[in-house]
Design a protein around this ligand. Sequence first.
Ligand code: PLP
Length: 382
Amino acid sequence: MNGYFDSAASMPVFPQALLKTLAKMRPGNPSSAHVLGNQARTIINNTRLQIADYVGCDSDQIYFTSGATEAANVLIQGYIAYLMRQSSARNEIIVSAIEHPAVFQTVYAMQNQGFVVRQIPCNKQGEILPESIEQLINARTAMVCVMAVNNETGAIQPVNDIAKLVKKIDSDVLFMCDAVQQFAKLDTKLDLQVIDAFFMSGHKIGADKGVGCFYLNDRFPILPLMHGGTQEQAYRPGTENVFGIALLGEALAENLRGRDSKIRQTRQLARHLIDRLKMLQVNHVRLVPEEKSSPFILSLAFPGVSSSSMMRDLATSGFYISQGSACSSHSMAPSRILSAMSLSDEIITSTIRISFSHSNTQEEVEQLAEQLAACCKLEVEI
Ligand code: PLP
């Protein structure tokens, strides 16, 4: 029995993708001038072409990294360093209140360089509204950061509309999007006419941990954070993770194969779970309505039941979910994202994240519903 419902933290690796990747592997270093080196380089370049083809850009606009956090740092810190070297008057960054720490903390760290940070609020459903950005932009705005799908709530953000609005006001503002929970999974397309930079992470799409990539429009130069070789156009020096990159390409292909039916099936799993909870008379609140949510992430509150005890109890029965994002789930502080949504303490402290993948079944969902019902009953009796 598979009780893994935490795929937004790390999605199980696609077994087929792993087998295909293993079959491709040879010992060569992609920088070596011999045939084995060339084979490794070809694997990297083919994956780069594949990603560029999927997102609709030139392959030399895709850069591999160790994951999303590194990509966010390379982009944000790299662009700020460039602006500072140019003695630019642009010294403000606009960031949505619901960004992952990879972006949020990096942006706030830029205060040490004299940058001013302005936050875009969200509504009660965790959605950033384009109109709230207008009044934050001014002649000093350097960049705007808004994610495509929130990792805690699953709320889909109107990033293309927001980026369009930003560009209409000032086309020289860099618009950056964290596409980690959207890339390869949703059928929406990022509009690269208005989005200047985005990044993704391998382990969120069924590839491995420790690999990812970013896109950057050449109109916006960045300075490298690290120094060394010329790999990834010197923005990410060091020998590339050939295995991880190859697996990333295979996982992308797996996600895109029958994607519409994967989306439909996953949405069906979430509906089934909610139907079961209703049948079992479990009091719950869905934080983001289905039409505004990623089908892969379901954020549910169980008023009166603590999310941390629920997570613990579920784990003892072999069911794995999250309290908020995995990166912050060790912290006892209330979720910054749920707080930004102005929810009551009762909702904030009782919210869990259930996240699905291709590997979950209807039967597992039914068992999860039973376990959730048992946890709620236990908590109420105590
Ligand atoms: N952004 C989002 C939305 C995420 O969900 C995550 C992972 O939790 C990250 C960024 C960080 O990704 P990585 O683990 O590749 O650094």
